[in-house]
Design a protein around this ligand. Structure first.
Ligand code: HPA
Length: 271
């Protein structure tokens, strides 16, 4: 049973870390380097944690890292799971379920996303103010999910308003342009067609990507406070007259990594 598996993974981790982490963070494409800035690390490989899924994407590592950032206890997920890899949604959110059972109260989610709205450019770090789940999937579906929280739960303030307010000052302090927007979630792995992008624009999306939303839904069901940032790695199909490539996504996320790490560390300090 799924809940039992999550519990066993949680108990395994509890035996190896000295405290309940204050903040969990899921590191997206090209942001794995953040892990290097964590002090007094305890590193667990996903493969050694009972029932934990193992990542298959190039550039995604599979480590769970406990340690200190700016004097706070963090639990970093270096490597995440996507529906497009063929994982079931309950596997995609396995780490979040574990974080919840560990007693983690705050979650930071990061990802790479394509920019749809005019106000975005590649390299921007867009604070996610809301999302649109277009996958047709939801991690709270099913009998087991009810062990983690209510069946029907609020998503009005899925992305915490107070943390978003504080993030504006963090951006200012770091000299980074503050942008915020709505993230649309599609399963992928094909990038969108120009017509799909026009559709997403009409629906109110500013950016689009293939992750994060399942984790945020699972976290909210468990009452975990969420803050999210999308690294805009490219403009989406049909916005510019050129093709999209995964290499471009990796390249841009690498180029902004340092700036992204600074912002995330400061968010950790204030969250
Ligand atoms: N579309 C979907 N997902 C993405 C994109 C995109 O253009 N860029 C990075 N992740």
């Amino acid at each position: 049973m799924y809940y039992q598996k999550v519990k066993e993974a949680t108990e395994f981790i509890q035996r190896r870390i000295p405290q309940v982490p204050e903040i969990a963070i899921i590191l997206g494409s090209g942001l794995g380097e953040f892990a290097e800035t964590i002090e007094d690390k305890i590193v667990l490989k996903y493969s050694e944690i009972p029932h934990f899924p193992v990542s298959t994407v190039k550039g995604h590592k599979g480590n769970l890292i406990f340690g200190d950032v700016k004097g706070r206890k963090v639990l970093a997920f270096q490597g995440r799971f996507h529906l497009y890899e063929g994982y079931k949604i309950e596997e995609v959110v396995f780490g979040v379920r574990v974080a919840g059972l560990l007693g983690v109260k705050n979650l930071i989610v990061t990802n790479a996303a394509g920019g749809i709205s005019q106000f975005l450019s590649p390299g921007d770090l867009m604070v996610i103010k809301d999302h649109i789940n277009l996958s047709g999937e939801n991690p709270a579906i099913g009998e087991d999910a009810q062990y983690f929280g209510e069946r029907f739960f609020d998503m009005t303030y899925a992305y915490d308003k107070d943390v978003i307010e504080k993030a504006k000052d963090v951006y200012k302090k770091n000299g980074v342009d503050y942008k915020e927007g709505v993230y649309a979630f599609l399963k992928g792995p094909s990038y969108e067609t120009p017509s799909e992008i026009r559709m997403l624009k009409i629906l109110g999306a500013d950016a689009v990507g293939m992750s994060t939303v399942p984790e945020v839904i699972a976290a909210r069901q468990m009452g975990i406070k969420v803050f999210g940032i999308s690294c805009i790695t490219n403009m989406t199909a049909g916005i510019l007259d050129k093709k999209l490539s995964h290499e471009e996504v990796i390249e841009v996320s690498k180029a902004v990594e340092e700036r992204f790490i600074k912002i995330i560390k400061d968010i950790i300090e204030i969250m």
